[in-house]
Ligand binder design. Structure first.
Ligand code: AMP
Ligand code: MG
Length: 520
């Protein structure tokens, strides 16, 4: 175990690719390079608020000392670091946005563990970079707590994600117009140190494609494959790699749908090339099961990034990546075929996942009807997604003998509104069908329940809990934050049942509890 400040960092990305070494932080276009040197801007009073022991132990790091805390705030650069911001582009809300880049993220270096695994360490909110455009390069405590806790929560749920090592408050106020409505206010600033094998996004490849920098594009693709997909070799490695990116992306989305996660800003610059959940902003878990729910106020007009749109948007985004890569292919048919294969791949994974949520031994073709019927019922009645599935796992298979009232009573706690006559009849029919199907399982009830327990989280990090923890932190009380930090580690158990509740009424319309803006 070592202290972070004594690590000798690797810098393979900056050593491999052309970069702008001027250190100039003025916003600008940077053609011809994949990154720009960018030193963090020091802050007034770094204070450690969160430290992930699990991430730290994976990196071989000991508890942070004073020097480490300075480093995590951008106040200490050690000799082996080559801090930089990556240049990337992207499609935002379906439109080409041109060059974007790390506007508030600075990579410090690559940490190689004793087992040889390499992790990029990046500070988010460490000050302006050449890609900050008109913004300040900073992050507020509110958004940093959200990223810190949620990336760890997702990891413990088993969803592919970038990780968070630390959360540090800066002591410097940051001006934010939280709802873009002219009511800017000062909020405490903070910095998250986040960790991933790489933070490369679809947008890194799109940038080079759009600029017709084909040598750089080819070099980036080759480096990505050899560094991050070393098992992919041979002549057709680029298409094999693209297919793997596609597969990982489809898997990530299936996992989001399993746990009820809505990312909120699925622009191509927020799509990790490793198929990790990345760039936590105005995300939310579903409370009520509404496939049209988007947590992002900017997304309200079109609901492009709503819960139920995510699989389709991912395919669209993969299409953008394929477009960027197409100059590397003499014939683009393999790319087109791969994009077309997405639907089969996704739906197969999707029904498998849904079968697990329902506790089916396996998904037979006739089960698709039952699964779809659940989907229709949930969208129609909009119960609390998490609590509904918990109730389903607690169902007594003989309950139907006691009639409709018993079934209704069993699920009562998951409903946000009272059910119509039709809803009640649909629930009765659905549960009866379901019980018959479960009785036809070729496995014991215990095995089926075990499948359900693994597929259905009991504790989810709801936005209203985050909101409360953030408010308390801003008032100097870290009690709830620390409790949530523990609860996220055990989302499938009953250990944290004090947090297993529907969204309370007070949170329905409250800013930060249901809707958020990109500045979140
Ligand atoms: P996002 O929607 O958070 O993924 O951000 C889209 C783009 O805006 C990225 O290039 C970000 O780096 C940039 N950006 C977001 N917030 C800030 C900020 N406070 N300062 C500088 N750049 C930012
Ligand atoms: Mg982003």
């Amino acid at each position: 175990m070592k202290n972070l400040h004594s690590i000798i960092f690797n810098n393979s990305f900056t050593e491999t690719f052309p970069g702008d070494q001027s250190g100039n932080l003025q916003p600008r276009q940077t053609p011809g390079v994949l990154y720009s040197k960018a030193l963090p801007t020091p802050v007034t009073k770094p204070t450690l608020i969160g430290w992930s022991d699990e991430v730290a132990s994976g990196l071989g790091l000991s508890k942070p000392d004073e020097e480490d805390i300075k480093l995590l705030a951008g106040n200490l650069i050690t000799p082996s670091m080559r801090p930089y911001s990556a240049c990337y582009a992207g499609h935002q809300f379906g439109n080409w946005a041109g060059q974007l880049g790390d506007g508030r993220a600075i990579t410090l270096g690559e940490l190689q563990t004793a087992t040889g695994k390499v992790w990029e360490i990046q500070l988010k909110g460490a000050g302006p970079t050449p890609y900050s455009r008109r913004a300040d390069g900073r992050a507020v405590l509110r958004s940093s707590v959200r990223e810190y806790l949620m990336s760890e929560a997702m990891s413990h749920l088993g969803v592919p994600t970038t990780r968070a090592l630390s959360l540090v408050s800066t002591g410097d106020p940051v001006l934010r117009d939280m709802f873009y409505n002219g009511n800017a206010e000062y909020e405490p600033g903070a910095i998250v140190a986040r960790v991933a094998p790489t933070f490369l996004r679809f947008g890194n490849y799109e940038l080079l494609g759009s600029r017709n920098e084909l040598d750089n594009l080819k070099k980036l693709v080759d480096w990505t494959i050899s560094t991050h997909f070393p098992h992919i070799q041979g002549e057709d490695n680029v298409i094999s790699w693209f297919k793997e990116v596609l597969k990982r992306t489809a898997f990530m989305i299936t996992e989001w749908l399993r746990v009820g996660f809505v990312h909120g800003v699925m622009n191509t610059d927020n799509m990790s090339i490793l198929g990790l959940t990345i760039d936590y902003g105005p995300f939310s878990f579903l409370d009520a099961y509404d496939p049209a729910f988007t947590p992002n106020t900017t997304d309200l007009p079109g609901r492009r990034y709503a819960f139920g749109q995510q699989a389709g948007v991912a395919q669209w985004n993969l299409g953008c990546l394929a477009g960027a890569l197409s100059p590397l292919f003499p014939d683009t048919k393999p790319l087109v075929d791969a994009i077309e294969s997405y639907e089969d791949l996704f739906w197969t994974q999707y029904y498998h996942m849904k079968g697990n949520k329902l506790g089916l031994d396996k998904v037979k073709s006739e089960d698709v009807v039952l699964i779809d019927q659940f989907e229709t019922f949930l969208a129609q009645v909009q119960p609390d997604m998490t609590i509904f599935y918990q109730s389903l796992a607690e169902l007594n298979l003989e309950i139907a003998e006691n009639g409709r009232e018993a079934i209704l009573g069993h699920f009562q706690n998951s409903f946000y509104t009272s059910l119509s006559q039709k809803d009640e009849a649909d629930l009765f029919e659905l549960v009866n069908k379901y019980i018959n199907r479960i009785k036809a399982n070729n496995c014991t009830r215990e095995v089926s329940l075990e499948i359900m327990r693994k597929a259905n989280p009991r504790f989810i990090l709801r936005n209203y809990l985050l909101h409360q923890a953030i408010q308390d932190l801003q008032n100097g009380d870290n009690g709830l934050f620390l409790k949530l930090e523990e609860a996220i580690k055990d989302p499938y158990s009953k250990k944290f049942d004090e947090f297993v509740n529907k969204r309370p009424d007070w949170a329905n319309e409250k800013a930060g509890c249901s809707m958020l803006s990109c500045s979140s």
